[in-house]
Write a protein that binds this ligand. Structure first.
Ligand SMILES: NC(=O)C1=CN([C@@H]2O[C@H](COP(=O)(O)OP(=O)(O)OC[C@H]3O[C@@H](n4cnc5c(N)ncnc54)[C@H](O)[C@@H]3O)[C@@H](O)[C@H]2O)C=CC1
Ligand SMILES: Nc1nc(O)c(N)c(N[C@@H]2O[C@H](COP(=O)(O)O)[C@@H](O)[C@H]2O)n1
Length: 315
């Protein structure tokens, strides 16, 4: 049912880059990825389950691969957050292979709202047998979204509702309870609005995952509330997510990098560098990579016009 034609009929956006149609002869993840993340287990067809054995230093959280594409002047988006396609065909395909190697793919709600991404692996070849969705491991989309700003009509939810994608988990935290510590009537109303958005997301097919033992600040809906990453990861690990590819955006990249010194929540870093300049009004992440403890180079490769760099963090 999920051959290219049926996906198109189902309204799933495919890429114009999708030209090679034989997954059957596809080589699997590029050697750059297996060098940085490890090989797929022996005796398994490349690109299919199970995943590489990514073992975090702390078994209570998933393995974290932080990845993004940047320009030569270290921008990840254009003026005002305009989405830029920085990766060329070859490095984009590498990114889609990387998606097949993780249980989950995590973004912030800023990216979910701004880019309306699909987070699937559609740039990989289509199999002649089987369906694309069944042939490859598709990661579970995970959205950090304290105030449930994700649209129930976003592509991630719509694709899943058509049977052509994996339904996202929206990560949030419980709002204060009505019999608890209300500061004003306004807070009650805002929490009721949060609950209505939760109902709408669930009705559309998403799952709202609440971070254990965390409570949202009653001052809803501040868009700047950050969920505590260590608690988020612990909750996701308890739900069976063993490895996550974090794709951004700017604020989420910054959060993960800034935890590296204290909690070390990043295990690998894969950066695509595109040979272009965005300019001073583009969006960047501001953390200093050289300050991340234990960061070390593993592999660099040229893929098309881009350079991809793989690093590991910690001992
Ligand atoms: N070039 C690339 O590889 C990528 C570029 N982007 C770009 O990034 C931009 C979006 O970035 P942002 O606006 O910064 O949004 P974002 O995607 O980083 O989301 C930030 C939001 O996530 C929520 N959040 C919850 N817990 C958080 C935590 N612990 N840390 C950080 N955020 C947390 C907050 O509500 C926060 O406002 C877009 O322009 C997009 O195109 C996004 C992904 C990859
Ligand atoms: N690898 C990479 N290269 C770029 O040039 C990018 N702009 C991104 N962005 C990330 O990918 C998401 C879009 O995914 P879909 O194409 O919709 O599957 C976008 O939201 C960013 O997370 N990545």
């Amino acid at each position: 049912m999920h051959d290219p034609l049926s996906l198109l009929l189902a309204g799933v956006e495919l890429s114009s880059r999708q030209t090679d149609n034989s997954a059957d002869t596809a080589p699997g993840p590029p050697s750059f990825l297996t060098t940085v993340l490890g090989s797929l287990p022996a005796d398994d067809k490349p690109g299919t389950k199970p995943l590489p054995n990514l073992v975090p230093p702390d078994a209570t959280r998933p393995w974290i691969t932080l990845t993004f594409a940047q320009s030569l002047d270290a921008k990840i988006a254009g003026k005002g957050g305009k989405q830029l396609i920085l990766s060329g065909d070859e490095s984009m395909k590498m990114t889609h292979w990387m998606r097949t190697m993780h249980d989950g793919i995590l973004i912030g709600v800023g990216t979910a709202v701004n880019d309306n991404p699909q987070l699937n692996v559609r740039h990989l070849p289509f199999p002649s047998q089987n369906t694309h969705l069944q042939h490859y491991h598709h990661p579970r989309p995970l959205i950090l979204d304290p105030h449930l700003r994700t649209s129930p009509a976003c592509k991630l939810i719509v694709n899943a509702s058509k049977g052509a994608g994996i339904a996202p988990w929206i990560i949030s935290a419980r709002p204060p309870s009505a019999d608890g510590f209300w500061a004003s009537e306004g807070d009650v109303e805002k929490v009721q609005q949060w609950e209505a958005r939760q109902d709408a997301l669930c009705a559309a097919g998403a799952t709202v995952v609440l971070v254990e033992r965390e409570t949202l600040h009653p001052d809803l809906p501040s868009t700047n509330t950050d969920l505590p990453l260590a608690a988020v990861l612990k909750t996701l690990r308890a739900q069976g997510i063993k490895s996550i590819m974090v794709e951004g955006g700017a604020r989420v990249i910054q959060s993960f990098l800034s935890t590296a010194a204290s909690e070390q929540l990043v295990d690998a870093l894969i950066i695509t560098v595109a040979p272009t300049f965005v300019g001073g009004d583009g969006i960047s992440y501001v953390e200093r990579l050289e300050d991340v403890p234990g960061i070390r180079h593993i592999s660099t490769e040229t893929l098309g016009k881009d350079v991809v760099v793989g690093l590991k963090v910690g001992s």
